[in-house]
Design a protein around this ligand. Structure first.
Ligand SMILES: Nc1ncnc2c1ncn2[C@@H]1O[C@H](COP(=O)(O)OP(=O)(O)OP(=O)(O)O)[C@@H](O)[C@H]1O
Ligand SMILES: [Mg+2]
Length: 395
């Protein structure tokens, strides 16, 4: 997937992003414009603020600004193998807005001695929505219009939306060829806000992507594909979980599940009558150990049951919609993947082999890590930033 033309025009028109020496030149990614053919995945997607540059093929700095933390990954990749050059992680204060995120990002970059750099970043997603639709096969331009029409009907910001889509399947229904399509929609002002955070920290947004596409790129590097096997990655952050189903190098389903680590914290907070931070501290102290206090166990159990129901429901939908088998394997990423027993318990409830995602699989890491860094805990948290960091200048 690709570019969202009106967003880029808006960026140019409003001068939200300006690079004095190099003109902003929107151009199609390899996958080409608003996609009308299945994406084969390797290079991720989103829309690209694509700037002509002489020094091609250097890896971009991957920047994942989540609701509770910022992650940076910088890679040096050659001949299909990557070395970790730098990794950065900072927690954000609870409820930090755009200015809080921008300040924290600046500090993190300072600590790492990172100056003006070209980056690949994923959209902070307050309004980002995914949906799945089927439409009759038609010429690309007509399809683009038809998708826009369909998507606008289902969102409450139709006039302010950036819309893109992927054709993920072609199938026969009632004797007619239909396209199975995944759509993405996000508010333009949120994209501009995100670009603003990066710019305020002297970063140059070369690529803006959506989380599931970054996960797809990461998986392609870390694990690789077995033909016709279906994999799922469940990223459980602080404010939401993102479920992506991928197969044969392509994203097949993406869905937000509105429950994540903050919900566990809130259950503890309510039970104990403390403030959010005290409950969060308690969760972090005990969620990784066997003999956690009952209040933590109860909160984790309730969360596990809820999210397992949603994952199972999504797998069932996927199976029916695509007329395929059950998902073969599930990987958990995001900070909440570190909760002891969560992967095994979700796996048992859903009926799928489950493990914690290791974003450092196949990566040479040693030299980049400050002494004492717990890379095992950090590894699932870095997945999205890692996928973003696989993107290269000029690609
Ligand atoms: N060791 C741990 N044990 C339990 N929970 C943890 C641990 N480490 C982090 N978390 C939880 O993970 C969440 C943060 O994960 P992450 O940094 O992936 O989120 P985010 O990317 O900032 O959020 P989002 O993706 O929702 O915007 C928080 O709820 C935090 O409490
Ligand atoms: Mg996240």
């Amino acid at each position: 997937m690709s570019i969202i033309h009106d967003a880029l025009k808006k960026v140019e028109r409003e001068g939200v992003y300006q690079e004095p020496q190099l003109p902003l030149t929107p151009s199609l990614t390899k996958e080409g414009g608003v996609s009308s053919s299945p994406v084969t995945g390797k290079k991720g997607g989103g829309f690209s603020l694509h700037i002509p540059t002489l020094s091609l093929n250097k890896n971009l700095l991957g920047v994942d600004i989540g609701s509770s933390s910022i992650k940076l990954v910088h890679l040096a990749c050659a001949g299909g193998a990557c070395r970790l050059k730098d990794v950065g992680y900072v927690k954000l204060p609870h409820g930090a807005g755009e200015s809080g995120a921008a300040e924290a990002l600046k500090t993190l970059l300072n600590v790492h001695g990172i100056g003006k750099s070209r980056v690949s970043s994923s959209i902070r997603n307050k309004s980002l929505t995914f949906s799945h639709i089927k439409l009759p096969k038609m010429p690309k331009d007509d399809l683009t219009e038809a998708v826009r029409w369909e998507v606008k009907k289902g969102i409450d910001f139709p006039e302010d939306a950036i819309i893109d889509y992927l054709v993920i399947d072609e199938l026969m229904e009632e004797g007619k060829t239909k396209l199975s399509i995944m759509t993405f929609a996000v508010r333009k002002d949120e994209v501009m806000g995100h670009v603003g955070i990066l710019k305020e920290a002297s970063l140059i947004p070369d690529v803006i992507d959506v989380g599931p596409m970054a996960l797809l790129s990461a998986f392609d590097y870390n694990y690789g594909w077995e033909k016709d096997k279906r994999y799922a990655v469940l990223d459980i952050g602080a404010s939401k979980a993102t479920l992506s189903i991928i197969s044969n190098g392509s994203l097949r389903l993406a869905r937000y599940i509105p429950m994540a680590g903050d919900d566990i914290t809130r259950i503890i907070q309510d039970a104990e009558g403390t403030d959010f931070q005290a409950a969060e501290d308690k969760k972090l102290r005990y969620a990784g150990v066997n003999d956690a206090p009952e209040v933590v166990q109860t909160a984790v159990k309730s969360f596990t049951e809820g999210i397992s129901i949603e994952v199972r429901r999504s797998f069932t939908y996927y199976q029916a919609h695509h007329r395929e088998g059950w998902v073969d394997s599930l990987l958990l990423s995001g900070g909440s993947a570190n909760i002891k027993g969560l992967a095994a318990n979700i796996g048992n409830a859903v009926g799928v082999s489950t493990a914690i995602y290791d974003s450092m699989k196949g990566v040479e890491v040693k030299r980049a890590l400050p002494r004492g860094t717990d890379i095992t805990r950090l590894s699932p948290i870095l997945v999205e930033a890692f996928g973003l960091a696989l993107r290269r200048e000029g690609e």
